[in-house]
Design a protein around this ligand. Structure first.
Ligand SMILES: NC(=O)c1ccc[n+]([C@@H]2O[C@H](COP(=O)([O-])OP(=O)(O)OC[C@H]3O[C@@H](n4cnc5c(N)ncnc54)[C@H](O)[C@@H]3O)[C@@H](O)[C@H]2O)c1
Length: 257
């Protein structure tokens, strides 16, 4: 009986850095588990809409507008979390400028502004969020989860700035896992497959989606809820011995040793 673990998430403070499709699904799940959630996003109105829907369902969620490429703005996000909800136990580092990624072509063709913006939000921004929350996580034996991507190891002819960013996020995650694991902090990265959040649904009609499913190892494409379930597990007591991992949640889209 001593070793029955369970979730034990009620009352914990979870900071979500980057809302949108996957981030909002994670906010909904963590709020449903009883977490006190802060949902940060550059699109403050969108974050407020998602936070309002969570509150209407009885959950606790505060929206904060912030810019992950700006150190002072990231510091303000964390301070607003501490002041408004409490010291964070968990951080989900998820924001990415997906509009810039649309122009992430190849090494010779890419506009270096697109390259810089991709890394500023996804790579340097992830470092900024991790630096700002780490003292709280270390004090509370907390956990951090990054949204990475299978693009980190695919090797694609396009999206190389995106792939570089996600590879670097994996390295950052492993650094945190080994530096702060002995103090009880856990760090992991989730690598989603194709998750049909609203932004993706706008780009892919039913026929394209059916073709993708037909060529996959699953019966459907991903949902934000699939990623949210893994985040909840990694933050929970059940995930207490999972540290330093890159975990693909992709319906079998990639199979790595
Ligand atoms: N959807 C997928 O199929 C998929 C697959 C693999 C990885 N991912 C990763 O999932 C994460 C979430 O993406 P999504 O699919 O939910 O897309 P999304 O566009 O809905 O979410 C990204 C969010 O980041 C926010 N953002 C952009 N720039 C920001 C900044 N400077 N500061 C703060 N917030 C900023 C956007 O406003 C948006 O809400 C990303 O890291 C993405 O790389 C998604």
């Amino acid at each position: 009986m001593d070793h029955i673990q369970g979730r034990d998430l009620a009352g914990k403070v979870a900071l979500i850095a980057g809302g949108g499709g996957i981030g909002a699904a994670v906010a909904r799940r963590l709020a449903a588990e009883g977490c006190r959630v802060v949902l940060g996003d550059k699109d403050g109105d969108g974050a407020e809409r998602d936070a309002g829907a969570i509150r209407a369902d009885g959950g606790e969620c505060m929206a904060v507008a912030y810019d992950q490429s700006d150190e002072a703005s990231v510091a303000a996000l964390v301070q607003k979390t501490v002041d408004g909800v409490g010291a964070p136990d968990f951080a989900f580092v998820n924001a990415m400028d997906m509009a810039a990624v649309e122009y992430d072509t190849d090494l010779l063709d890419i506009d270096m502004g697109v390259f810089d913006q991709t890394l500023a939000v996804g790579l340097r921004g992830s470092v900024l969020v991790a630096r700002a929350v780490m003292p709280y996580l270390a004090a509370r034996r907390g956990a951090i989860v990054f949204t990475s991507s299978d693009a980190a190891h695919f090797g694609e002819p396009c999206r190389f700035a995106y792939a570089m960013t996600k590879s670097a996020v994996n390295a950052l995650m492993r650094h945190i896992a080994s530096r702060w694991g002995p103090q009880g902090v856990r760090a992991n990265a989730i690598l989603p497959g194709i998750v049909m959040i609203p932004r993706m649904a706008e780009k892919m009609d039913e026929a394209i989606q059916s073709r993708l499913v037909a060529g996959s190892r699953s019966t459907r494409l991903g949902r934000g809820e699939d990623i949210a379930a893994m985040v909840a597990m990694l933050f929970s007591k059940d995930g207490e011995w999972v540290n330093g991992q890159t975990i693909s949640v992709n319906g079998g889209g990639t199979m790595r040793p």
